[in-house]
Design a protein around this ligand. Structure first.
Ligand SMILES: *Cc1c(COP(=O)(O)O)cnc(C)c1O
Length: 421
């Protein structure tokens, strides 16, 4: 089945009312038929709904549908993208372990990995997505995860997914790919050897900036990589917190099963049924929207590249971009999503442009249907000095755009008048 058909149908078989739209099951808990039924559900002898912190029928549709778009076995929805990332790492690593992370990461992931995980005894070691030799030299017996973004936010690089997963597989290490910016409509990391994907559903999945949520997806047959793998003893030994369950022995996708039974149970960063319902609406049009976001971003990037006030444009869809080859290889029809950045001569010039645009909103978000403009040096990266800004690839004249679904003509005209104001 094609992705666009799956996006409309997978996971929902109409309830007894025949409702065409997936109903919102706004409930905390579910009645058991009798004591035996309850006991069977807790023992996983029968699958069913228990309590909305663990599972919910509306969320179940969102999870099944998103897993199918990604080409995975199962998914777990969470209360935010950050909690999905934390769960993916915490499900693989514990105190004393290390994880390898791309330098080119979302700011929240950088602080999570460098500072918060450190407090839990997990060390983050960084590699450059353009330098695979350095990556392998960071691996040791305690390495549990290689974490990177398929299309990076905010630096807009495209990872060489196959090169990274090949090194990971050689050492039996799990790869976790943040696929938020590319989305499964453009990139499906499992086709290139990745094991787990995570997403902020708050971006292109909701698509209109309506809700915060996240999702974690596991590939098919991941059990084969975990079984008897000394790095992941906790999947192969009895879980004393769940009456001795051995995850690789259960006929269910083990990574998401353990996330649900242990992490969702104990940490509880669960998505609300209403937000799951919003994400289901978003998924219906995801691949249609991603095409338009990508077309608009390419048109704007080409315009900016031709403008004399612009020093540099970063968009993987441009032939001049260092990521062009990877984008052609890993992205559906070479579509590159809606994120681009460009550099003008100075901080003052950048501020003037940000203030002069009329259609673009000054907002720190991406993936909205409305176009967004941000100036990292005066907002998200304000605490850094000129040298530090350069080191992390954010010159003071850099402007980031999340291209929305307005007409490309209007987006270009508005940008032109702002550049020339
Ligand atoms: C926004 C974002 C996140 C965090 O997601 P939230 O839903 O805001 O918690 C993680 N990764 C990337 C690439 C993002 O853009």
């Amino acid at each position: 089945m094609d992705l666009q058909t799956k996006a409309l149908h997978v996971g929902y078989d109409k309830d007894s009312s025949g409702a065409m739209a997936v109903p919102i099951y706004q409930t905390t808990a579910y009645e058991f038929r009798d004591a035996q039924h309850a006991a069977n559900l807790f023992a996983l002898k029968e699958l069913g709904f228990i309590y909305t912190r663990l599972n919910n029928p509306t969320t179940d549709v969102f999870e099944k549908r998103f897993a199918s778009l990604e080409g995975g076995a199962a998914a777990i929805a969470t209360s935010s993208g950050m909690s999905a990332i934390f769960y993916a790492i915490a499900n693989a690593a514990a105190a004393g372990d290390n994880i390898l992370c791309a330098k080119q990461l979302y700011g929240g992931s950088l602080t999570l990995n460098t500072h918060t995980l450190k407090r839990f005894g997990i060390e983050a070691r960084y590699f450059d997505v353009h330098d695979m030799n350095a990556l392998e030299s960071l691996i040791d017996d305690k390495t549990k995860v290689i974490f990177f973004e398929s299309l990076t936010n905010p630096s807009i690089d495209v990872a060489d997914i196959e090169a990274i997963t090949k090194i990971a597989n050689k050492h039996g290490i799990l790869t976790v790919v943040d696929n938020t910016v590319a989305t499964p409509a453009i990139c499906r990391p499992f086709e290139f050897g990745a094991d787990v994907t995570v997403h902020s559903a708050s971006k292109y999945t909701t698509g209109q900036g309506l809700a915060i949520g996240g999702i974690l997806v596991e590939r098919n047959d991941l059990v084969e990589k975990l079984r008897a793998n000394p790095r992941y003893a906790h999947f192969n030994e009895p879980d004393v917190s769940y009456h001795g369950l051995v995850y690789v022995d259960v006929p269910l996708p083990p990574f998401t099963l353990r996330t649900r039974l242990s992490l969702l149970r104990d940490l509880g960063a669960v998505v609300s049924p209403f937000n799951s319902w919003l994400f289901i609406q978003g998924i219906e049009t995801l691949s249609l929207r991603m095409r338009e976001h990508s077309k608009n971003a390419l048109a704007l990037a080409e315009f900016l590249e031709s403008h004399p006030s612009v020093k540099k444009v970063n968009y993987p869809g441009l032939k001049s971009n260092i990521n062009y080859k990877n984008a052609q290889k890993y992205f559906e029809d070479g579509l590159c999503s809606g994120l681009l950045s460009f550099e003008v001569g100075s901080l003052e010039e950048a501020v003037k442009i940000v203030n002069a645009t009329k259609i673009y909103s000054l907002v720190v978000n991406i993936g909205d249907s409305k176009s967004i403009i941000t100036h990292p040096a005066s907002t998200t990266h304000q605490q850094l000095n000129e040298d530090e800004l350069k080191a992390c690839g954010v010159p003071s004249g850099l402007i980031r755009i999340s291209c929305g679904l307005e007409s490309a003509k209007d987006l270009i005209e508005d940008m032109k008048q702002a550049l020339e104001s």
